[in-house]
Design a protein around this ligand. Structure first.
Ligand SMILES: [Zn+2]
Length: 199
């Protein structure tokens, strides 16, 4: 027997989420059917709003409701430091630490020859432009993840920025190899920033 079209569509939608196979998707779809109509409506609205009302900041690439984002427009932040991260969720992790008061730059990925991702596929040009247009930036801290791709991306950017005469540093290896910034606890992140080394 085939599922009625609406539930088949719902199962299909859940399958598009990472780590969700058809079994889990089916369970979630039937769970949704049992939910209050109000809760389902606000869930659906939250999905649409997250996509429609959030944009990427034209300066740093972070997700934001307003452009430029609240961090970029906050003049009380240290304008001389920029931390370069892979994803917007890394910004959230570093902000939670409350010890860093500089600016950010979100790459939206890393260099990955296997996935065919080159420099033009991530937000590197935006970073170069920022440095050219803003001589307040004195240090770029590379905080890509401690994965082979993250390291390769950091090395690539460091080489690219060297001629610009800006100080380029890399997070200390308090972060274990292969670990992601977003999962690191606040103390580890703080130590990684404190112990950063110049490239
Ligand atoms: Zn921004």
């Amino acid at each position: 027997m085939q599922y009625p079209e609406p539930i088949a569509k719902l199962i299909d939608s859940y399958t598009k989420l990472p780590g969700i196979g058809s079994k889990t998707a089916t369970r979630l779809a039937f769970f949704t059917l049992d939910m209050d109509e109000k809760d389902v409506e606000s869930f659906a609205k939250a999905l649409v709003s997250a996509k429609k009302d959030l944009h990427f900041c034209s300066i740093c690439g972070n997700i934001t409701e307003s452009d430029p984002c609240v961090i970029c427009v906050d003049k009380s932040r240290d304008q001389s430091q920029v931390i370069v991260v892979e994803q917007p969720k890394d910004v959230m992790a570093l902000e939670k630490m409350r010890e860093y008061h500089g600016l950010y730059h979100v790459l939206h990925g890393v260099l990955s020859p296997i996935e065919g991702k080159g420099p033009e596929d991530i937000n590197i040009t935006g970073l170069i432009k920022r440095l050219q247009q803003n001589d307040q930036i004195k240090e770029v801290i590379l905080a890509t993840n401690a994965t082979p791709e993250g390291e390769a991306t950091a090395t690539y950017i460091a080489r690219l920025l060297k001629p610009a005469g800006v100080k380029v540093t890399r997070l200390a290896h308090g972060l274990s190899v292969g670990s992601d910034i977003e999962y690191a606890d606040e103390m580890t992140l703080f130590k990684a920033i404190e112990g950063r080394t110049e490239l």
